[in-house]
Design a protein around this ligand. Structure first.
Ligand code: ZN
Length: 574
C-alpha cells in the first residue's frame, strides 16, 4: 500500500473519530430543578447527556464529576427541566401545510367567513373552489352552524366549502354542481341537511363524498410537504414538543414520511397512525390491512408506524358525535339539527367494526377509532371485547381516540381491557361551555373526566388534535402543551368558567399526560417520557417552574431550551 493511501486512510479515521467525539459530546445542565417524571417523580439538581442519550441525573457534584472536565456546561440558574413533551394526537402534515404558503385568516364568525369568501372570489376568479378554513360552530360568535343562505349572497360564481371536519357546509353553486336536490339520497351513514321547505340547506353531515371537490392536500408537491413538516416541527420545538403523532395518515403519506426521515434532519420524532376509509366493504378494508407493507411498531426512534384507525362517528362540535341520548333542543340552533331526537352518526355498523378490529388485532396492530360520543365508545368497546375473546388486547394497547363522553361502565370496561384514552384537554377549554348548553349536567360531569379516568385505573395520553395554524394558542386546535396542562389542572374554559372542578388533576399527573402516559401509548416508555439514564436525550428547560409557579402562570410557561437527541433545537431569545 502506498504511503499516500495509508495517510489518506489515517486522515479519514481521524475525521471519523472527530465526528464521533462531536456526536458523543457530553452536556451537563446543572444548578437547576430536574423534574425526572420517573416512577417516584424524583427531583434532581443536574442532568448529563452524552451523545443522544441521558447519561445520569443527580446532584450538581455527582453529575459534574461524572461528566468530566471536557463536558459543556449549561448553568440552569435554578430553572426547571422536564422530559421532552409528547403530543399523542396531532395532524402534523396538514398542520405543516396549513400556513406554508402564507398566514391563514382567523375565522371567529360567520361574518368572517363571508368576508373571506368575497375576497377569495375576486382573487381566484369564477368557477374555482373556495375553502373556508376549518373551525367549529361551538367556536363561532354566532354559536350556530352556517347554511348556504349565509354563503350564497357572497358567492354567486364559485363553489364554496366550509369544512367543519366530518360535516361540511356548501353553497348553492356547489350543490348544483354535484346535482344534489331535495330528492337526492344521502350515503348510507350520512345526512343531507334540509331547510323548512325540504330543500338542501348546504349542510352535509358525513356526506361530503357527494361533492365534486378536490381532495385535501392534493394541491401540494412532495417538496412542499417536506417543507411543511420541517416548519411545523420547528413550531413544536418552540413549545417543548419533541415527539409528535400523525393520527390520520394514508399509505402514501407514510411513504412521504419515510422520504422525510431519509433526507431531512428531523427535529422532532414522528409516530404514525394509518387511517382506513371504513365506508368501503369490510373485505376491502381487511384486504388493505393485510397487504400493508409495514409491521406493527416498525421504524426507528425518529419515525414509527404504530397504529391503525377508522372514523367511527362524527364530532361533538358539529353535532354528529354518536351519543347515548338525543342532542335535545339547543342542538337545533348550534348544529342546525332538524330532528330533536337525533343522536349523531355511527359510520360503521357494529358487526363490521368487530371484523375490522379483529383483522388488525390478528396481525398484532394497535388499533384506534375516532369515537367522540358515548354511543360510539360503547360500540368500540364491544368490538375490543370480541377481539379480547380471541386473544387479550391489553398487550396491543388499544386506544380510544377522543372518547369525550364516558360513563362509569365504559371506564370500568377500559380498565378491564387495558384500553388507553387518546384525549385532548384543549377541547374542554374551547368547547365545553357550549356543550353544557346541549347536554345535561349528568353527561357533562363525565366530560373529559381526567380524575375519573385516573381513579378508574385508565391511562390517559395527552394530545392536541392540532390540524391547522402555526400559532400554538390560536391554532385549530391549540397545540400549546403548557396550556393543555393548565387546563387539566384548572378545568378553566375560554368563557371564564370552571367545568366540573372535581375532575381536576395534579400538576404532576397533568405533566404525565404529555410524558410517560403518551410514551406508553406509543410503545416508547423504554426510550422516553422520563429523564432517566439510558433514555433518549429529549428534554425541555422551562421559563418558569411548572410545579410551583402560580396556577394561572402555567399556561404562559415557555420552552427556554429544547433538546432532541442530545442536540439543542430551540433556544428562547433572552
Ligand atoms: Zn384528529
Amino acid at each position: 500500500m502506498s504511503y499516500r493511501i495509508v495517510s489518506l486512510i489515517a486522515l479519514l479515521c481521524l475525521l471519523c473519530r472527530a465526528a464521533d467525539a462531536q456526536q458523543q459530546q457530553t452536556i451537563v445542565l446543572h444548578n437547576g430543578k430536574v423534574i425526572t417524571a420517573d416512577d417516584s417523580f424524583r427531583i434532581c439538581q443536574a442532568i448529563a447527556v452524552r451523545g443522544n442519550r441521558i447519561l445520569a441525573v443527580g446532584t450538581n457534584e455527582e453529575i459534574l464529576k461524572k461528566a468530566g472536565a471536557g463536558a459543556r456546561r449549561i448553568d440552569l440558574r435554578g430553572r426547571a427541566v422536564i422530559p421532552g413533551l409528547i403530543d399523542a394526537h396531532a395532524h402534523a402534515l396538514g398542520a405543516g401545510l396549513s400556513e406554508l404558503r402564507g398566514p391563514m385568516p382567523r375565522i371567529h364568525s360567520i361574518a368572517d367567513m363571508q368576508a373571506y369568501i368575497r375576497e377569495q372570489a375576486v382573487k381566484l376568479g369564477p368557477g374555482k373552489w373556495i375553502f373556508v378554513p376549518r373551525t367549529f360552530p361551538t367556536r363561532l360568535v354566532e354559536h350556530r352552524m352556517p347554511t348556504r343562505a349565509d354563503f350564497d349572497p357572497v358567492s354567486p360564481d364559485n363553489p364554496v366549502l366550509y369544512d367543519a371536519s366530518y360535516t361540511v357546509v356548501v353553497n348553492g353553486y356547489a350543490l348544483k354542481q354535484a346535482g344534489i336536490t331535495r330528492d337526492s339520497k344521502p350515503p348510507a351513514t350520512g345526512e343531507i341537511g334540509k331547510d323548512a321547505k325540504g330543500e338542501p340547506n348546504g349542510i352535509l353531515r358525513g356526506a361530503a363524498s357527494l361533492l365534486k371537490a378536490p381532495a385535501e392536500h392534493s394541491g401540494y408537491t412532495e417538496q412542499e410537504k417536506l417543507e411543511g413538516l420541517g416548519a411545523i416541527f420547528k413550531r413544536y420545538n418552540e413549545v417543548g414538543i419533541t415527539t409528535t403523532t400523525e393520527r390520520a395518515a394514508t399509505v402514501d403519506d407514510v411513504r412521504m414520511f419515510e422520504t422525510f426521515r431519509k433526507t431531512a434532519r428531523m427535529n422532532a420524532r414522528l409516530h404514525v397512525t394509518i387511517r382506513f376509509d371504513a365506508t368501503q366493504p369490510v373485505e376491502e378494508v381487511e384486504r388493505q390491512i393485510q397487504s400493508l407493507p409495514w409491521k406493527p411498531n416498525s421504524g426507528d426512534e425518529w419515525l414509527k408506524i404504530n397504529t391503525l384507525k377508522v372514523t367511527l362517528d362524527g364530532g361533538m362540535t358539529i353535532g354528529t358525535a354518536y351519543q347515548r341520548q338525543p342532542y335535545g333542543p339547543f342542538a337545533r340552533t348550534l348544529y342546525g339539527h332538524e330532528n330533536p331526537e337525533f343522536r349523531g352518526l355511527l359510520n360503521i355498523a357494529p358487526e363490521k367494526l368487530a371484523c375490522i378490529v379483529l383483522a388488525a388485532h390478528r396481525l398484532g396492530w394497535q388499533f384506534t377509532a375516532h369515537s367522540v360520543g358515548g354511543g360510539a365508545m360503547d360500540a368500540l368497546l364491544d368490538a375490543y371485547e370480541k377481539a379480547n375473546a380471541v386473544r387479550p388486547v391489553a398487550a396491543s394497547r388499544m386506544l380510544i381516540t377522543h372518547g369525550n363522553f364516558p360513563d362509569q361502565r365504559s371506564i370500568r370496561r377500559c380498565r378491564e381491557l387495558g384500553v388507553i384514552m387518546d384525549a385532548q384537554p384543549a377541547w374542554l377549554y374551547k368547547d365545553s361551555p357550549m356543550l353544557a348548553k346541549v347536554f345535561d349536567d349528568k353527561v357533562m360531569s363525565l366530560f373529559l373526566p381526567l380524575k375519573a379516568w385516573q381513579e378508574g385505573g385508565v391511562l390517559v395520553a395527552g394530545g392536541s388534535d392540532h390540524m391547522i395554524g402555526y400559532d400554538s394558542f390560536a391554532a385549530n386546535n391549540p397545540f400549546n402543551p403548557f396550556q393543555a396542562i393548565w387546563i387539566a389542572v384548572t378545568r378553566k374554559t375560554e368563557a371564564g368558567t370552571v367545568m366540573h372542578a372535581e375532575q381536576r388533576i395534579s400538576r404532576e399527573d397533568a405533566l404525565r399526560l404529555f410524558t410517560r402516559n403518551a410514551a406508553f401509548a406509543l410503545f416508547e416508555e423504554k426510550t422516553r417520557g422520563s429523564l432517566e439514564p439510558g433514555k433518549l436525550a429529549d428534554l425541555v428547560v422551562l421559563s418558569d417552574d411548572l410545579l410551583t409557579c402560580p396556577e394561572d402562570r402555567i399556561r404562559q410557561i415557555q420552552a427556554a431550551l429544547t433538546m432532541v437527541d442530545g442536540r439543542i433545537v430551540h433556544e428562547m431569545r433572552q
